[in-house]
Design a protein around this ligand. Sequence first.
Ligand code: MLT
Length: 437
Amino acid sequence: TRTLFDAVAARLPSRLKLASQLTSAYADAPVHSMTVSNVMGGMRGLPCILWEVSGTDKDGITYHGRTLSELQGLLPSWNGSSQVSPEAMLWYLYTASVPTRAELEAFSADLLRRSTLPAEVEEFCDRISSDISSIAQMIMCLSVLAPSSKFTAALAQGVPKMQLWRYALEDALDSTARVPMIAARIYINKYREGKHPDALLDPRVDLAENFTRLIGRVGDADFTELIRLYWGLHMDHGANVSAHTMRLSGSAWSDPYLTLASGLISGTGILHAGAIIQALRYNQGMLSALGTEPSDEAIEEYVTKTIANGCVVPGYGHALLRTADPRLEPIVHFLNCRPPQEDNEGAAMLRLIRLTTAIVPDVLRKHIPRMKSHAPNVDSLSGCLMYAQGLDVDFILLVMACSRGMGFMAQYVWDRALGLPIERPLSITMDQLMAQL
Ligand code: MLT
């Protein structure tokens, strides 16, 4: 059976050929004209970061040329699951090809073999104070994992530059398997007083089901399905803030574990992945102000007040997308297929987000017409859905980080495989800019 290493190696010559064509034959061809507003506006919309695993623009995202909905029809699922297997998505991101069942099973087994944590990482993790946020705990644990980097060892041995990707891929797969295990450990330490469940890793099931087992929810099929959905959807979205941070750190050949930590840090920002938490807190606030069954009018009034107070309604619009986020549709589908069984806080949240995603875009359109997009983004629902599944607000960001880290590692490996240079744009002061106009 072809391994992921074989599949990446097989794709590499054609990608190297294309890269060399671009850097030689087309070296001086213009791509885009840069304006002052690009410089002043955080490089928004400037196509200047080379990305191998996906392409983003204002209409959405394509992964090796295919849309999310095309991939949902193409990529395999695990038996009994209606979600694309996150491992299959990952294989696809690395290789631009759909894994056969045998490749997928061997890949999944390889990941599970890699998932054992060094004892010093477990001990370190168990000693961290539970006052520290889940994501910060993960960042600390990644630093403790860094000495096990095979990439760093290869650098120390003087492995030639164009061979480094193999060591990067070793670390990438190790970290893909280990990060969810650390996340589960953090969860048990923080939310279950360190009482680890008896359930051990089961080599017969996938990473998501093992994660479910390790956080003490053995047999919770709906939760496992949510994790599969969530991990599959959030792996890659081009040069978003966390991925771009990792891209930049990685371009200096920082080891994959510390590179991941750098991305997790920028992911905490509320203008980026932290928005998941903002959206959830906003909806929690709405439920406590309006009760558990608010009317459409009450929601409209609440949102209008937020706008009138000059505050942001989290979960709407996007830095880049100008149409509905393609990742939203599978989440809505998941939501619609699972009407709440009990009448509790989670059910109230699910009822609310069904209403808000329908009502809020029009309220925003009416009061803030200049917003470039009024559509709900993926953050408007994803955190709420996990909260309704019983996850604590603080931990939700870490579930997102597991996925983003897995996806970015494919980019890290390809950056090394293509021998891409360090990122070093020119910085310019406003006075220098003025002088050029
Ligand atoms: C993401 O997936 O990271 C968000 O949609 C933010 C972005 O793409 O900029």
